[in-house]
Design a protein around this ligand. Sequence first.
Ligand code: UDP
Ligand code: MG
Length: 309
Amino acid sequence: MLSLVIPIYNEEKLVDELVRRTISSIESFIQEYEVIFVDDGSTDSSLERILSCQKVYKNIKVLSLSKNFGHQAAYTAGLEYARGDLVAMMDGDLQDPPELMGEMYTKIREENYDVVSGKRTGRKGKNGRVLYEKIFHLLFKRIGEIKNMENTGNYSMMKREAVNALLSMKEKVRYLPGLRTFIGFRQGYVDFVRDDRYKGTPKMNFRNLLVLAADAVFSFSRFPIRFCLVLGSIGALVFMGAGIYVLIAKAYGFAVIGWSSTLLSIYFLGSIQLVFLGILGEYIYRNYKESQNRPVYFVRKFYDGSPEE
Ligand code: UDP
Ligand code: MG
């Protein structure tokens, strides 16, 4: 059995098309399946629309969260409710073409992979957005401590063992493409060109995307704290040299009035210290978030399609 998890946040304009394309894609390769729509606190009519689709398509289940928790939390919720031996994750804006799932399924069944992720070989859509993703993946490839995550996103299919491994990691900051790569297992890829979203506006604005990128970097790289250490050490060496020079100058009596250089070094060191404190603060904040141990999401209601609803 296959469970497909799709997070939905204010996507009323494309729910019908999404359901139609998704179901016809799935039924072309498997008969036993469930599609779990996770309504991430939509404020438009998305939930009503999905529920009305559920009346027609009996394999649809709807997990309605108590408010908007963000799409990584919504995916996590869906994964925890999924009961299939195979579980797939797909964005709900048709940027991930549902037709690709057949190929993922074949790779798992015939080539015996445990995890198959969609790899973006190209991207259609707004240039700014596409550029942003490219820069992120390029940088992450250099500083990230997990390999082969490049150009993959949420779109993927996993065997139950891999899903259980993924869910056993209880951290609150959940960058799922990273966690999914981290678990290991036999990882395969299918190439695809990522479409522009079918309708509506992206729900992830630039700020959300920056937070997501920061989650990825802080979770899977020690680059930020290393950077402080390395730059701080270089600074210490340089200023040790400068200090020796100052002492010699003093001893030989040619110490100058040096107002500009004094001020400049104070400004320079002061600002570097502030930046480093900020980076340290980020680690402390993330640590605090983890130790609060709050659930990643709350469920308002699970519509599992049973008749009493
Ligand atoms: N989404 C969500 N909660 C959010 C933001 C987005 O469930 O807070 C869903 C959204 O409806 C879509 C998927 O996550 O199905 C990806 O969102 P979006 O297309 O806005 O992200 P992008 O493609 O821009 O990364
Ligand atoms: Mg999208």
